[in-house]
Write a protein that binds this ligand. Structure first.
Ligand SMILES: [Zn+2]
Length: 75
């Protein structure tokens, strides 16, 4: 059972490196006082394709499977 979130959540974005639309992974960049900053990265090459900020509520990863490559967040 996958749960859909009503807000706009990109599942595919055009990746200039791959030169085609790619599925994206969302990762947490920053936790702010009133929300969280997430980054969309290309699931294939890891390029940053976009960002979004959530405010006032928790967002859970839409994907139930763990990320294949867990990378440490940059400070
Ligand atoms: Zn890519």
């Amino acid at each position: 059972m996958s749960q859909q979130f009503g807000d706009f959540t990109a599942s595919e974005l055009y990746c200039p490196k791959c030169q085609r639309s790619q599925p994206v992974r969302e990762r947490l960049l920053l936790v702010l006082l009133d929300g969280e900053l997430h980054e969309f990265v290309c699931a294939r090459c890891g390029a940053s394709l976009g960002k979004r900020t959530t405010t006032g509520r928790k967002v859970q990863p839409a994907s139930p499977r763990p990320a294949p490559r867990a990378r440490k967040l940059l400070r």
